[in-house]
Write a protein that binds this ligand. Structure first.
Ligand SMILES: [Zn+2]
Length: 60
């Protein structure tokens, strides 16, 4: 079972409907960092990383 995180769950103000997937939490974090670039976020701060981690859930 994979892991997903909805971009809107991390940043509701973005209005982004992108869903980030990965097989592990680490992979989701890596893909989220990649996706963050589309929002002009070049560096994932520990604070942002914690927000992403908190929003990760199992894919149904
Ligand atoms: Zn997004």
């Amino acid at each position: 079972m994979g892991k997903i995180v909805e971009c809107a769950k991390v940043d509701p103000s973005s209005g982004c409907t992108h869903v980030i997937r990965g097989t592990t939490e680490e992979e989701v974090l890596k893909n989220a960092a990649e996706h963050a670039k589309q929002h002009g976020i070049r560096e994932v701060t520990p604070e942002l990383k914690a927000k992403v981690k908190a929003a990760i859930r199992d894919e149904k």
